[in-house]
Design a protein around this ligand. Structure first.
Ligand SMILES: [Zn+2]
Length: 342
């Protein structure tokens, strides 16, 4: 996504800081805005040896080449292992951590204690900043309190409530607001997204999320799914299964059954987040509804249902009968709201 055009005011603000760079910047905003991409572009811009007029990296100097290949000696990316290869982690081939580990933070020591290779800045991106437990965050805090010279930490977060206040107070906050609808639609259109306005509405205005959703090519099924799941106990599993089976059939392969299971899985993730008092990740416009539903479901039942759905995602590759498969999925969803405890 062209995040520089998307967030032009934020980009200009970042460029204006070049002359007097603080030790740590915290890019803060809701999920799906492209904050991580923005941080990467800014890091590239700072490392580039011949940045363009608007500050963009040139893309062909030595520094840009290194950065593009992921081996610039003055750059480090701190992110959970699971982010590095999401597909592999999901298949359970290895138990990749969903958290940034304390060893990763300690691993920065050497990097921070030698001089910079190109005589410019040394940059560390931390994404997402909330993916650290207290011990790890405290280890990072030590580094932030006694910053090595010419070092910039670019921290990214969508969930400021989960950040240690001490971490937050060491950073200069850069708010990343929702871009205007017109700008977001224009950037999505450049990415070949037809009907960008509709996808944006589904994604609560977040263009990154709209791009992700639009990969399935159709929004009708997603609207039907969210509308019906939002009914909670009053969901009509058989009707919903019928609608979605038709959508899958009519899509002629563009909407795989797996994508429908994905949609339900994301809805369950949001229910679990809401159940823990956290912000939803996917269904932003339905956040209030989801919080209301989550309050009606025993947390243990919710977790069990999520695990079952993950297992079913594999079945969805080759179900014997798509209709029965979907009916089973949504009957289970309705059972979440059953009054009797089982
Ligand atoms: Zn360059």
């Amino acid at each position: 996504m062209n995040v520089i055009n998307l967030h032009e005011p934020v980009w200009k603000g970042l460029q204006a800081r070049r002359a007097q760079m603080p030790h740590a910047l915290l890019l803060l905003g809701q999920r799906g805005l492209g904050k991580f991409d923005l941080a990467r572009q800014f890091a590239a811009s700072l490392l580039c040896e011949q940045p363009q007029g608007d500050g963009r990296a040139c893309g062909h100097c030595l520094a840009c080449n290194w950065y593009g290949q992921g081996n610039h000696p003055d750059f480090r990316l701190l992110q959970p292992e699971a982010f590095a290869d999401e597909a592999e982690a999901e298949e359970g081939k290895k138990k990749a951590s969903q958290q940034i580990t304390i060893d990763q933070v300690r691993g920065l020591d050497e990097f921070l204690n030698v001089g910079t290779h190109r005589g410019g800045l040394r940059i560390v991106i931390v994404n997402p900043t909330e993916a650290m437990n207290r011990a790890t965050a405290n280890a990072l805090l030590k580094t932030l309190e006694e910053p090595a010279p010419s070092t910039l930490f670019l921290m990214v977060s969508s969930d400021p409530i989960r950040l240690l206040p001490t971490i937050r107070s060491r950073c200069q906050v850069v708010p990343v607001p929702l871009p205007s609808a017109a700008r977001a639609e224009q950037v999505l259109a450049e990415h070949g997204v037809a009907d960008a306005g509709r996808w944006l509405a589904l994604a609560g205005g977040a263009p990154g999320l709209a791009l992700e959703w639009s990969a399935s090519g159709q929004s009708d099924w997603l609207e039907a799914l969210t509308r019906r799941l939002a009914a909670g106990r009053a969901v009509e599993p058989l009707v919903l299964a019928g609608e979605l089976e038709k959508a899958v059939k009519d899509s002629k392969g563009r909407l795989p059954l797996k994508a429908v299971v994905d949609g339900l899985q994301k809805w369950l993730v949001d229910l679990m987040l809401a159940s823990n008092g956290l912000a939803v990740r996917y269904f932003l416009p339905q956040a209030a509804t989801i919080a209301g539903l989550a309050a009606m479901i025993p947390p243990a039942r919710l977790l069990q249902s999520y695990r079952t759905t993950v297992a079913r995602r594999r079945e969805a590759e080759q179900p014997l009968n798509a209709r029965l498969f979907l009916e089973g999925l949504f009957l289970d969803y309705r059972a979440l709201f059953a009054k009797d405890s089982r």
